[in-house]
Design a protein around this ligand. Structure first.
Ligand code: AMP
Ligand code: MG
Length: 397
């Protein structure tokens, strides 16, 4: 049995320069950006107003003009001129122009006085209160041409916005490994179908397809616990996939055929058994440039190991590092466990008092994940996290 950190290190060691493909920005959500994105433009491209108000120019840095200012037309967002008299003349001393948020500051102006703190009468503008800041967003303040605007990562909505703001409608992403997902278990029924006798619904396949969204995930169906069927299915899957993720059939049961079938299919075992809970019987093997992860069938085990191992492997094959989000949170109550011979991931929720365990009876208890915001990790030999201790929560929501 290997330590889970070693299993992660083995996943990370598969890192390679991935093949690159260009996709439309709107197709890029969940895709891996394998290289830094470098800004192409200054953002904003011009000095602009941060407020609706009066653009003006103090003589020497003062926040309140000594005399009322003469009102001179209006500058709309999207307009490069002062609509009114002398639209293209710079703003002179003693003048102010109405300016809308996002409009370019006219030449000569350096501050914006918000409308709420000014009064206009008879073509004159008086300020009622001094602004503490200039209310101007300088050219390039958000990002400059040549800046690294994104480091390598899996693209989220905010990253898509950052690329769009830089003017891109296409983006170079890692070509995803083809990931086949296969459930094993004679007891499994497809959601949507009637349930009979000793059957349960297959939740793992739906979970994996959703959890790995953004990668090129293929649903390869379900298998009964049968050696010949398993051998045939994994052999076929290995032809068409870079990574095969199986659930079930890797433990000590009489009908757990997956490791034997993989061996017969020519897969070389790298490890089988990880000192982690849930997920002790987890299997990893390689055949040529292809990879197989066999996860024990209990749903929480599949969830945790897809987070900790499958994602690590898929990111590595996409040329990026998987960086799960951790939050340091104080334990709102004692978090205890039985047995300390393995690293354990326990599902927890976070509220205003801190982090606490959710009701959880073990790796078959999928329902616990409805409430869990993340997992805390207990190390080998550690039986508790005492109330008040700040601990790292690995967030999954
Ligand atoms: P196994 O790893 O095959 O021994 O399965 C362990 C437990 O997980 C058994 O109770 C199975 O019925 C359950 N299980 C296996 N595969 C799935 C699946 N795809 N969806 C939900 N539960 C599963
Ligand atoms: Mg099984």
């Amino acid at each position: 049995m290997i330590h889970p950190d070693e299993a992660v290190a083995i996943m990370r060691a598969q890192r390679r320069d991935p093949p690159i493909e260009e996709v439309a920005l709107r197709e890029a959500l969940g895709r891996v950006l394998p290289r830094e994105a470098v800004g192409r433009i200054d953002q904003p491209p011009f000095d602009k107003a941060a407020m609706d108000g009066w653009a003006w120019r103090p003589a020497s840095g003062e926040a309140m003009p000594a005399e009322p200012l003469r009102a001179r037309g209006v500058i709309a967002a999207g307009s490069g001129r002062i609509d009114g008299d002398r639209p293209d003349d710079p703003l002179g001393p003693g003048e102010a122009a109405r300016i809308m948020t996002g409009a370019p500051l006219p030449p000569g102006a350096s501050r914006v006085q918000r409308f709420e703190w000014a009064e206009e009468a008879d073509g004159l503008v008086r300020f009622t209160r001094a602004e503490g800041v200039d209310n101007v967003i300088l050219r390039g303040e958000n990002a400059r041409s040549g800046d690294i605007i994104l480091t390598p990562r899996r693209l989220g909505a905010q990253d898509i916005a950052i690329l769009a703001a830089d003017g891109r409608d296409r983006v170079e992403v890692a070509r995803s490994p083809v990931v086949g997902v296969l459930s094993t278990g004679t007891e499994l029924a497809e959601p949507g179908q009637a349930l009979s006798g000793a059957a349960i619904y297959d939740s793992n396949k739906s979970q994996l397809v959703a959890q790995l969204a953004g990668f090129d995930v293929r649903d390869l169906g379900r298998l009964p616990d049968d050696f010949d069927d398993t051998l045939a299915a994994v052999s076929a899957a290995l032809d068409g996939c870079d990574v095969l993720v199986l659930s079930g059939g890797v433990s000590m049961g009489d009908f757990d055929y997956v490791p034997r079938a993989l061996e017969a299919a020519g897969v070389r075992e790298v490890f089988h058994g990880v000192a982690v809970k849930p997920g002790k019987p987890t299997y990893f093997g390689q055949a040529g440039g292809r990879y197989v992860l066999g996860l024990p069938g209990n749903p929480v085990s599949v969830f945790v190991n897809a987070e900790t191992l499958v994602k690590e492997l898929l990111y590595a094959l996409s040329g990026a590092a998987y960086e799960p989000l951790y939050a340091p949170v104080a334990a709102a109550e004692d978090i205890r466990r039985k047995g300390t011979d393995r690293v354990e991931f326990l599902p927890v929720s976070i509220d205003a008092d801190g982090v606490r365990p959710v009701r959880y009876g073990g790796s078959s208890g999928l329902q616990a994940l409805a409430e869990a915001h993340g997992f805390v990790r207990l190390e080998i030999g550690q039986d508790a996290i005492a109330k008040g201790t700040v601990t790292r929560v690995r967030l999954v929501r």
